[in-house]
Write a protein that binds this ligand. Structure first.
Ligand SMILES: [Zn+2]
Length: 138
């Protein structure tokens, strides 16, 4: 089966596709974690998709699902992710093996450059995951 690229993404550049992919990815994380507390402090006042390894320093970790979890605005925006607590609750949520895999990925994946094709695939994958989460939450 060949993947058909939707017309609206066909002529877009990497710079144009990146924020679209990020929006869909964050939406998918919010739906996935809809009934979960803040990954860093346990507050239920959640709003942000918070990266454990930041997008700025670790471009290759931007769209890794285990690297991004719902958090409150205070932890994500003012405490820079509140990372010591984030790690503690992340181990509880996904287990030490997956956290160690993230650490390994963050080292090996540092200078990632996204291609148009990769970003389009991410957008389409996130759109279909959003649909699945929406169906399973209702
Ligand atoms: Zn928090």
């Amino acid at each position: 089966m060949e993947l058909e690229i939707p017309k609206r993404y066909k002529n877009k550049s990497v710079a144009q596709l990146l924020p679209i992919a990020q929006d869909w990815f964050n939406k998918m994380i919010r739906l996935r974690d809809k009934n979960k507390p803040c990954i860093s402090c346990g507050s239920w006042n959640t709003s942000d998709a918070s990266h454990f390894y930041s997008r700025g320093n670790y471009p290759g970790m931007r769209f890794v699902e285990d690297n991004v979890h719902l958090s409150c605005a205070k932890c994500n925006r003012f405490l820079h992710g509140n990372l010591l607590e984030y790690r503690r609750l992340l181990i509880r949520k996904i287990g030490i093996e997956r956290v160690e895999k993230l650490e390994w990925m963050s080292i090996s994946n540092r200078s990632k450059k996204w291609t148009r094709w990769e970003l389009i695939v991410i957008i389409l994958e996130c759109q279909s995951k959003c649909k699945i989460y929406e169906l399973s939450n209702n």
